[in-house]
Design a protein around this ligand. Structure first.
Ligand code: 5GP
Ligand code: ZN
Length: 111
């Protein structure tokens, strides 16, 4: 499988990892859109949020419990979480990931 994020998770592609555990990896986005822009990525290759099923419930719980801990570790009092599903939503890497953004005032211009 030719997946950039699987390559990062396996360590074959270098990245600035800020956190990892048995189910997810978090690393700095290569083209940050905010002072803090981290991608939270499950180790399991899932195409996008549109491919999630009941079998992923535990994984999603782990992600949402861990997200604020990563934000806190990075010194964020406020943060935003975004996931893009599908090309028109801006998804460019087809491995489920959550953008964690913060470190400045964010507006709602999501265009
Ligand atoms: P998407 O557009 O799919 O929601 O988000 C993909 C994100 O992955 C983009 O913000 C892009 O900058 C980031 N990205 C793409 N390739 C790489 C890479 O090789 N390394 C890192 N660290 N980020 C990447
Ligand atoms: Zn992958």
């Amino acid at each position: 499988m030719d997946c950039i994020f699987c390559g990062i998770i396996e360590g074959a592609i270098p990245s600035g990892k800020v956190y990892e555990d048995d189910c997810l990896v978090a690393f700095n986005d290569a083209a940050p859109r905010a002072p803090v822009h981290v991608l939270i990525v499950p180790r399991e290759h899932i195409q996008s949020a549109a491919a999630l099923t009941g079998s992923h419930a535990e994984l999603l719980g782990r992600i949402w419990i861990t997200l604020p801990k990563i934000a806190q570790k990075l010194g964020l009092d406020s943060f935003r979480v975004i996931t893009n599903a599908g090309a028109d939503a801006g998804q460019t890497v087809e491995h489920l990931h959550f953008h964690l953004l913060g470190g400045r005032t964010l507006d709602m211009n999501l265009g």
